[in-house]
Write a new protein. Structure first.
Length: 255
């Protein structure tokens, strides 16, 4: 059976990245954060007469949001390594266009995010008793997941289009992951913060992804979530446009 070109590229990207190291980063890191932070802070909460479950319910959707950032890193990394080792030139020598390759990378990010979230939800189900999901809540979570992975996938593609050095790319990417992750509401709410930190939280798209994901997870959907989704969609489309322009202008050459 001959699959459409973009589907063939997505399958290729999944096979290339289906190694233990990839899944350790995609699922292992969020799962470790969820388990160790839930029980670690749970011991502190227990000393105060509180339950770890409340914080685990706050943290779990934050980790689902964090998955969109981690999945997004694969698109930039694949572009960089495909260009570095000549795979991109080989792909474009076949009946694939640059647009096909770009769509394959961006949509692969969505697939990675969905697969990672599915595994993390199973872990969450056993970690936190009494979780009840609604159809609307799940739809909101899936929509937020797709938008978030497109946003961060495009952001990392822009990064991969301009940075030529492997060391520089890895350093900038790791710095961005830590900054975006910890300057957001993934681990803690944005209350009682100094104003400079509060401003960083508010301009960070992961904050809004985590907030919407949390409201869907806890069945507490508000009108603000709709506004956040619209804004995140607009930002994602803008970054996709910039990523396409950056990628189309980049040269295919080898070091």
């Amino acid at each position: 059976m001959a699959y459409p070109k973009v589907i063939r590229l997505i399958l290729r990207n999944l096979m290339v990245n289906s190694d233990p190291g990839t899944w350790l980063i995609l699922v292992g890191m969020p799962a470790m954060f969820l388990v160790f932070f839930s029980y670690g802070y749970g011991s502190m909460f227990s000393a105060l007469g509180l339950s770890y479950i409340n914080y685990a319910k706050f943290l779990a959707p934050g980790m689902l949001a964090y998955e969109t950032l981690i999945a997004g890193t694969f698109s930039g990394s694949m572009l960089w390594f495909d260009r570095r080792w000549g795979s991109l030139a080989q792909i474009l020598a076949m009946p694939f266009t640059r647009t096909d390759y770009l769509l394959g990378l961006i949509l692969s990010t969505v697939v990675f995010a969905i697969m990672g979230n599915a595994i993390l939800l199973v872990i969450t189900y056993f970690l936190i008793p009494g979780i009840n999901f609604t159809v609307i809540g799940i739809l909101i979570m899936v929509l937020t997941l797709i938008i978030g992975s497109l946003l961060f996938g495009s952001l990392m593609l822009i990064l991969g289009s301009y940075i030529k050095s492997q060391n520089a790319y890895n350093s900038v990417q790791i710095l961005m992951i830590f900054f975006i992750n910890f300057a957001s509401t993934v681990f803690y709410p944005a209350i009682s913060l100094p104003k400079p930190l509060l401003y960083l939280f508010y301009v960070n798209p992961l904050t809004y992804i985590a907030n919407v994901m949390r409201d869907g997870f806890l069945n507490n959907i508000k009108i603000n979530d709709l506004y956040y989704i619209i804004i995140l969609t607009a930002v994602s489309l803008l970054l996709i446009y910039i990523a396409r322009k950056s990628y189309m202008r980049s040269e295919i050459k080898f070091e």
